[in-house]
Design a protein around this ligand. Structure first.
Ligand SMILES: [Zn+2]
Length: 118
């Protein structure tokens, strides 16, 4: 039997991050330190990113990026997962956890639409 999408994602998420970093952010994003899999925080594909010193401290890191990710049966496609990653990576890129002007600009540049975002 094939691996489910989230099993495949767990295996490939670090190289996926690197690939997206190279392709969409000119490799400007800090290193991904860890992906923490949470149990179905929201419906569908859902992620939360930490990149500020205060946030990273609680995971035991000085720098870099930590992504918390939750997926459920409604998170079905590669595109949905990619868009979720890109959404979070755009926060890192603009160094803001908010959906402000610069973040929105980057999202538009990436060709993403964004509903029910955090
Ligand atoms: Zn967001």
């Amino acid at each position: 039997m094939d691996l489910s999408l989230d099993e495949r994602l767990k295996k490939s998420s670090f190289s996926f991050y690197s690939l997206l970093n190279k392709r969409y952010f000119d490799n400007n994003l800090p290193e991904l330190k860890e992906i923490i899999w949470r149990d179905k925080l929201e419906e569908g594909c859902f992620a939360f990113v930490s990149f500020e010193k205060d946030q990273l401290k609680k995971f035991g890191y000085e720098d870099g990026v930590v992504i918390e990710m939750s997926v459920d049966a409604n998170c079905k496609s590669y595109k949905e997962i990619r868009d979720t990653f890109l959404h979070e990576m755009a926060h890192v890129y603009v160094k803001s956890k908010y959906h402000g002007k610069i973040w929105t600009q980057k999202i538009i540049e990436l060709g993403l639409d964004w509903k029910n975002e955090v």
